[in-house]
Design a binder for this molecule. Structure first.
Ligand SMILES: [Zn+2]
Length: 335
């Protein structure tokens, strides 16, 4: 079994902990990123996204998840990874490093609130948590910042531009996982036109040329993420892989690991969330058994090894690409 440390770019553990009655980090029956699974999978760095839908009450839901994050890092099992120095610790630490992120900026500012509230809340988050890995402007629908995955004709709005202005120079990425294609292109064009310094990643998305879904990345955006030295986190949800072929996840990863493609930018972004959050029959099972929880990373790496991927490439996928990204984009501890 291959036991590289694992860094994973996306899960919804905080949403589960903040909203499900009786939720616990130990409940393997509830969520694929429960602590026993993380320990079995050698997860050493987990990005914890605050997910809020676009609706009245998103801001208070955001605060509850922020409180859940604070409770987690108060436990000795977890420690915050907020700069390159603490990030390097993931290679040797017995504990699990965690970094906060934001999935959908509606949690920072509801549709009817004044935009200045968003920046006050962000200042507050950064004061208490020191760093954010990424912010996604949208989720599936459109919001005041732009168009989500299912609002394909909506691009970047004025409030989205102001948020990108705020992010410039802070080492916080903008996440393209839940943008419409138009929003993604608008973001890239705006960053370039304004010469903003904002890293760009896709924290939990696969390749659309291998599975045609709006949550997966079209080829021109994949090329942009590579050109900009971002990250692409491979998503384990069945809906973004294939309806019936679990081995298709390996095809996404094998494509990504091609040296001329995304070998230096590929990572995991498994997307584990509360097992009963989606009950639509066509979405069940949410995950294939082969990658249904965080204990499966070593088996996935072993499968890839069996398909001819060398140890150096596996180490990049597992954690080294994320560390290299952090070194390029985050401050060092002494700054
Ligand atoms: Zn998501």
């Amino acid at each position: 079994m291959i036991h590289f440390p694992v860094s994973d770019l996306h899960c919804d553990l905080l949403s589960y902990l903040a909203t499900v009655p009786g939720a616990s980090i130990h409940k393997t029956e509830d969520i694929g990123v429960a602590l026993p699974y993380m320990l079995a999978g050698n997860v050493k760095h987990q990005v914890l996204a605050i997910y809020t839908p676009t609706q009245v009450g998103s801001a208070s839901l955001f605060q509850r998840q922020l409180a859940a994050y604070q409770l987690l890092i108060d436990q000795k099992t977890f420690y915050p990874v907020t700069d390159y120095s603490t990030a390097q610790d993931i290679v040797t630490s017995r504990h699990i490093g965690v970094t906060l992120a934001i999935e959908n900026a509606s949690g920072l500012c509801e549709e009817e609130e004044d935009l200045t509230v968003a920046f006050k809340r962000l200042d507050g988050v950064l004061d208490s948590c020191e760093h954010l890995f990424y912010i996604g402007l949208t989720h599936h629908p459109e919001n005041r910042f732009g168009g989500g995955n299912y609002s394909e004709n909506v691009g970047l709005k004025e409030d989205g531009k102001r948020l990108l202005d705020y992010l410039s120079g802070r080492g916080i990425a903008v996440d393209l996982a839940h943008t419409s294609d138009r929003l993604a292109h608008d973001i890239l064009n705006y960053l370039d036109a304004q010469s903003l310094q904002v890293p760009v990643i896709a924290s939990h998305s696969n390749f659309r040329f291998l599975w045609d879904h709006v949550r997966n990345l079209p080829t021109e955006l994949i090329k942009e993420l590579i050109r900009r030295k971002g990250l692409i986190g491979m998503n384990f949800l069945r809906a973004y892989i294939h309806p019936s072929k679990p081995e298709q996840l390996l095809e996404h990863i094998l494509w990504g690991l091609k040296p001329e493609f995304a070998a230096d930018y590929l990572a995991f972004g498994a997307d584990f969330f509360y097992r009963y959050a989606i009950t639509r029959p066509d979405r069940i099972p949410l995950f294939f058994a082969e990658h249904e929880n965080a204990s499966k990373y070593p088996e996935i790496l072993a499968e890839l090894s069996g398909r001819g991927v060398d140890q150096a490439a596996l180490a990049k996928l597992s954690y080294k690409n994320v560390l290299s990204y952090i070194k390029r984009n985050w401050r060092s501890a002494t700054q």
